[in-house]
Design a protein around this ligand. Structure first.
Ligand code: OOG
Ligand code: NI
Length: 470
């Protein structure tokens, strides 16, 4: 009897992430520089900070960690890519409407496909930020352009039947055996490779005048990886090292500022898109080489997930920073104002973030925590302050709409055009769930469930009821 090797969903996901990295590194070599610098940053950070450095993820996980970004054109394409990702154990989480998060023309709505369970995330956290063109949104596309887009998008096939069939089988059976596993990986990776087919010049640039993002989605015959993002432990250090190598970064690091308290949510930055050669078919029928700037490099630093209450506070701080900056002397940066606002408004310790119900933690029962006196209940604060329960941060696995818009925008050479007098197409998490045919999870619900499960286990271990403010 021969033993068959089965690749589980997480094996397949890890292999998929590696294959995409090889593909993307060949297509955009500066990505490899970014990965090298990220490794140096992480190694130096561990050297400086010892065991504490791994509080938000082991060095193995952080070094291997990537998120990708892709863009599709229609509901049909989004539903299909969801099937492909399900074959890798990646499910839709979160809804991001970038049409309103951005002043320029970014006509997309997005979700992220990622593993959901804590142990699946620990095995391999690969996630893909996935945007769908809102091609029926009248603010961006008039009726004629909408129809042309529909015709163009309906005529292309991004994901073939064989790929979709293998993906469905992998999702159903929790993985695939060889040789199907390799075939699935080959087809899935190829689906995200940059097409060599010539681009219709006039159609592409008609869309580009409306939105460079729309052209990148609806002006080309297939989809491709837009970027792959490594994770670093010190994004300020990375930013400086990239600039020192002569690579132009966008003006600011997006998201929370560098400050003395714990890292929360997500900080991101990117370097500007580089010119890449593409072949264009012109109206005279001739194919000539030109260049496009659509793909860029991005890097991120992840922090602790915020509760709904913490997120409200974060959103208020973002607004506060904007209004104080408007009143500040010219030349004051967002980051300078943010450092001040943050130190005034947010607790500077993990413990207080936990006890004020601002951020998510799991709670571990301390080894020597057999309760001395038999009490029926205790508050979370008592248990944490006495050392009976040890909070451990839950890492933010998702994205931020304003940062995403900033990342999209930082790579647009002009603002495109939009007509805000028109009514936009309505999208929310429910509507996009219907498009995909799968319920999109709310990220806050996932973190809350993880925290709750740890408290329930602690209650059983300590044999008492834990009283929380939440
Ligand atoms: C996605 C931009 C957003 C992020 O990390 O927030 C993003 C795109 O450019 O397609 O990747
Ligand atoms: Ni990204």
């Amino acid at each position: 009897m021969t033993a068959t090797t089965e690749l589980t969903l997480s094996d397949l996901r890890a292999a998929f992430a590696l294959r995409l990295a090889t593909l993307y590194g060949n297509e955009v070599p500066v990505y490899n520089t970014l990965v090298d610098v990220s490794k140096e940053v992480n190694e130096d950070f561990i050297r400086r900070n010892g065991a504490d450095a791994e509080r938000l993820g082991s060095i193995e996980r952080v070094t291997a960690e990537r998120h990708g970004a892709i863009r599709v054109g229609s509901a049909r394409e989004l539903a299909q890519v969801a099937r492909v990702f399900a074959g890798f154990g990646m499910h839709p989480v979160g809804f991001y409407d970038l049409r309103d998060a951005s002043a320029s023309s970014v006509p997309v709505v997005s979700t992220a496909f990622r593993p959901i369970d804590a142990d699946e995330l620990a095995r391999n956290p690969f996630r893909v930020f996935t945007s769908m063109l809102a091609h029926d949104d009248r603010r961006f596309f008039d009726e004629e352009t909408q129809q042309q887009l529909e015709t163009f998008l309906d005529a292309r096939t991004l994901f073939g039947e064989e790929l979709l069939g293998l993906a469905d089988r992998s999702a159903r059976d929790g993985g695939l055996e060889e040789p199907d596993a390799s075939r699935f990986l080959d087809l899935a990776t190829a689906a995200f490779e940059l097409s060599q087919e010539p681009v219709d010049h006039d159609w592409y640039f008609k869309l580009e005048r409306i939105s460079a993002v729309a052209a990148d989605i609806g002006g080309v015959p297939s989809t491709h990886i837009n970027h792959l993002t490594p994770r670093v432990l010190d994004i300020d250090d990375l930013y400086e090292r990239m600039e020192a190598r002569g690579i132009t970064m966008i003006d600011e690091i997006q998201g929370p500022p560098d400050w003395d308290g714990p890292d929360v949510l997500l900080r991101q930055t990117s370097f500007k898109a580089l010119a890449e050669e593409r072949r264009f078919r012109h109206a005279d029928g001739e194919v000539r080489t030109g260049s496009l700037r659509v793909r860029f490099g991005e890097v991120e630093q992840r922090g602790i997930a915020l509760t709904a209450k913490g997120r409200d506070l974060y959103d208020r701080l973002v607004a506060e920073v904007d209004s104080r900056r408007a009143a500040a002397p010219a030349g004051t940066t967002r980051v300078e104002v943010a450092e001040v606002v943050w130190s005034e408004s947010l607790p500077a310790t993990e413990r207080e973030l936990a006890l004020q119900d601002l951020a998510f933690f799991t709670y571990r029962v301390a080894d020597a925590a057999a309760p001395e006196t038999q009490t029926e209940s205790a508050t979370l604060r008592e248990l944490v302050e006495s050392g009976a329960l040890i909070p451990e941060p839950i890492v933010y696995e998702d994205f931020l709409p304003r940062s995403a818009a900033g990342i999209f925008q930082s790579n647009l050479t002009d603002d495109g055009s939009r007509d805000d007098e028109q009514e936009g197409t309505f999208y929310d998490i429910e509507r996009l769930s219907e498009v995909i045919g799968i319920r999109i999870s709310d990220p806050t619900d996932l973190y809350a469930a993880q925290q709750r499960a740890s408290l329930t286990a602690a209650e059983a271990a300590l044999d008492l009821r834990i009283i929380t403010d939440a």
